[in-house]
Design a protein around this ligand. Structure first.
Ligand SMILES: CC(C)(COP(=O)(O)OP(=O)(O)OC[C@H]1O[C@@H](n2cnc3c(N)ncnc32)[C@H](O)[C@@H]1OP(=O)(O)O)[C@@H](O)C(=O)NCCC(=O)NCCS
Length: 169
């Protein structure tokens, strides 16, 4: 499990099939607090929307294979905050790429974007929260019965990573 085997780069057209598959996976979208029904929007349109809302990068392995994406969005210039999202293809999971891509994104947020805090929302039953906790994100609250997947209401946990480790006085 080495961080150098995971890289972030701008999204290329050759990544679209992998990203499109992630978008069309309804079970995955429901875990991501996304659309509860199948998505029909072309992946290129979604990427244009996400790029307009912030920053999105492809996560790759050492062979430059697209594994998924990371994003920082809804950046607030005054507060120096933004929201984080990550999604990897099923076959890419459990090999350290998520951890490495999250750490690399946090580093970019801190050094290149000059952010103070990165927040995220995670479905309460998503094991991804364990990874975030281990990386230093702190759960700061739960939105009860927040996400409706069409059949079930799910609690959503908000987690934050403060670069200077300080809360407000
Ligand atoms: C969450 C995600 C990015 C983690 O990336 P990854 O490459 O699988 O994770 P890593 O190999 O770096 O780290 C493994 C850790 O991730 C956590 N994890 C995340 N999803 C998991 C799953 N489905 N099953 C088990 N562990 C999971 C665990 O804490 C695990 O550590 P452990 O094995 O010690 O329990 C990836 O699994 C993914 O894209 N999942 C689907 C989309 C998603 O849920 N995104 C997060 C939305 S907030």
């Amino acid at each position: 499990m080495s961080q150098s085997l995971t890289a972030l780069r701008p999204v290329a057209e050759r990544d679209h099939p992998v990203l499109s598959e992630l978008r069309q996976d309804v079970v995955l979208q429901r875990m991501l607090l996304g659309a509860a029904e199948p998505i029909t929007e072309p992946v290129a349109d979604w990427l244009t929307r996400r790029a307009a809302a912030g920053w999105i990068m492809t996560v790759t392995d050492a062979a430059d294979t697209c594994l998924g994406y990371v994003q920082l969005f809804d950046r607030h210039d005054n507060n120096r905050t933004a929201w984080f999202g990550i999604c990897l293809a099923l076959q890419a999971r459990g090999r350290g790429h998520g951890r490495a891509a999250t750490l690399q994104t946090l580093e970019i947020a801190r050094t290149e974007m000059n952010l103070r805090k990165v927040s995220l929302k995670v479905r309460a039953d998503n094991p991804a929260s364990r990874l975030y906790s281990r990386l230093g994100f702190r759960a700061v609250g739960t939105q009860r019965a927040e996400y409706d997947d069409g059949a079930t209401l799910h609690d959503v946990v908000i987690m934050e990573y403060l670069f200077d480790g300080r809360s407000a006085a």
